[in-house]
Write a protein that binds this ligand. Structure first.
Ligand code: TYM
Length: 335
């Protein structure tokens, strides 16, 4: 029992703003499942974050529930992991406000995600989009985690979270533990299949493989994947020169557990016509059990409800402890 309490803490979340895709899986959830035995883990659906961009309410509710089922289907056992919905734990929004007041306009303006999203949604550059990193910092700091496992694109947000925590600790003493980003060696940046210079995301659906997509659609997307215009036609890992092929090697390696060298050897002398369908098959086989288990879980709404209720209760207990400490430090009168 004592050992249990000494476990290091991990936390991460995904926005239920679109159907989960292979980038979310290889960059995040797959690694979470591998780490969940050794750490005390908090995994959540970042629904508060999604409304920085307009959402269809019914779709948001459906995707949030589906995401819980996918987490479990990917191997996150609710008995060992705390799985919850961000909006069910009000402390996130509450600490988010406090941290807004300890974050500078200049540092928020430099955030890549803010710049990208405000270019994409020029008609809705709202204050929430701008202060997004403060809410994300609150998500993290409430649980005092040691590590935050994320894909490469979220590293900047974990770094600003550290800056905010440092600033706060500097004024009030050691309130927050300093979290480290934990970026996987393989799969940290899965690129779009049809635009390999852009990261895989739901906004380019033809280049994006969704976790619950039908096998025949997945295979078709891989057959059409952009390779490279060079003449050597060989399966070689060289992201600068051969971004398309290197992305496929990365995906194949992450799905099969092989090294890049093993993959190069396996397809030595074979053309892209053999390689691309093989990657598609490996992905289909990786995703098949996840899809089947997700479908099974979605048929049992009462179970999913019991998971997220228990998760919110456990998460609230931990989060409120940190929040109370913060409120006391800044000088709010105890209720
Ligand atoms: P989000 O929802 O965009 O993505 C969730 C996770 O998936 C990873 N990811 C990728 N990894 C590799 N290749 C890709 N193409 C790819 N696309 C997405 C992301 O790096 C991330 O790990 N702000 C966060 C959500 C969040 C959060 C948090 C994360 C809110 N609060 C607190 C950690 C801790 C986001 O928008 O991720």
């Amino acid at each position: 029992m004592e050992k249990e309490t000494q476990k290091k803490v991990l936390l991460s979340g995904i926005q239920p703003s679109g159907d989960l895709h292979l980038g979310n899986y290889l960059g995040a959830i797959k690694n979470w499942a591998e780490l969940s035995d050794q750490f005390e883990c908090y995994w959540f659906m970042a629904d508060l974050h999604t409304i920085t961009v307009r959402q269809n309410p019914a779709d948001l509710r459906r995707r949030t529930l589906t995401q819980i089922a996918v987490y479990i289907a990917c191997g996150l056992d609710p008995e060992k992991n705390t799985i919850f919905v961000q909006s069910h734990v009000p402390a996130h929004a509450e600490l988010g406000w406090v941290l807004d007041c300890y974050t500078m306009f200049g540092e928020l303006s430099r955030m890549t995600q803010f710049k990208d999203k405000s270019a994409k949604h020029a008609d809705n550059i709202n204050a929430g989009l701008f202060t997004y990193p403060c809410l994300m910092a609150a998500d993290i700091l409430l649980y005092q985690p040691d590590f935050v496992p994320v894909g490469e694109d979220q590293k900047q947000h974990v770094e600003i979270c550290r800056d905010i925590a440092n600033r706060f600790n500097h004024v009030y003493g050691e309130v927050f533990r300093m979290p480290e980003p934990y970026i996987p060696k393989q799969g940290a940046r899965v690129m779009s299949l049809n635009q390999p210079d852009t990261k895989m995301s739901k906004s380019i659906p033809e280049g994006c493989v969704f976790l619950l997509e039908k096998p025949e659609d997945i295979l078709r997307k891989f057959k059409r994947a952009v390779t490279d215009s060079d003449t050597e036609h060989c399966v070689r890992y060289a992201p600068g020169e051969k971004p398309g092929v290197s992305n496929l090697i990365q995906i194949y390696a992450a799905c099969t557990g092989k090294s890049f060298e093993d993959v190069e050897r396996e397809f030595d002398g074979k053309g892209y016509g053999v390689f691309k369908p093989a990657v598609g098959e490996a992905v289909v086989e990786t995703l098949r059990p996840i899809r089947e288990e997700t479908e099974r879980l979605l048929a049992d709404k009462a179970y999913l409800e019991s998971v997220y209720r228990a998760g919110a209760e456990k998460a609230s207990y931990v989060a409120n402890k940190t929040l109370r400490k913060v409120y006391k430090k800044v000088g709010f009168l105890a209720p």
